[in-house]
Design a protein around this ligand. Structure first.
Ligand code: SF4
Length: 134
């Protein structure tokens, strides 16, 4: 069983209310082989919501609001679902401050990438999940 980013499964959970529908991920969900989760929604953030990036270990909106707590809570809830499903593999949306694997935005809101994981991806990595992006 895969855990997949909700937006890749076609859910309109992206910060701007859109999705990142991906054919392969949607196919896995429709075959019952993947469970979609959106850690940011599970943390209680609204959709739409302001774009956020990781800045020196904190998650800040582009308005400077500190939403670290909500991001952590959502990542923990999504991890619980992953564990309940007995999953050890995830396909996550690239570059997101929650779901990004290996590369995330640098915190300047200028579109620049740096090495690093989003909060949820980092949590899954620590738990030994096999991670891939779309
Ligand atoms: Fe998609 Fe993850 Fe962002 Fe939710 S938190 S919109 S699942 S990338």
């Amino acid at each position: 069983m895969y855990i997949v980013s909700g937006c890749l499964a076609g859910l309109c959970c992206r910060y701007d209310g859109g999705d990142n529908a991906d054919e392969r991920v949607m196919q896995l969900v429709s075959e019952g082989k993947a469970i979609p989760v959106c850690p940011e929604q599970l943390g209680g953030l609204t959709t739409p919501r302001p774009p956020c990036e990781i800045v020196e270990g904190k998650v800040l909106s582009d308005q400077g609001e500190d939403v670290t707590e909500l991001f952590w809570r959502g990542a923990e809830e999504a991890l619980k679902l992953a564990k309940l499903a007995g999953s050890k593999k995830a396909i996550l949306k690239a570059r997101s401050p929650s779901c990004g694997i290996g590369k995330i935005y640098d915190g300047t809101f200028g579109g620049n990438l740096i090495d690093g994981d989003g909060l949820f991806a980092a949590m899954l990595r620590k738990e030994g999940f096999e991670l891939e992006t779309e």
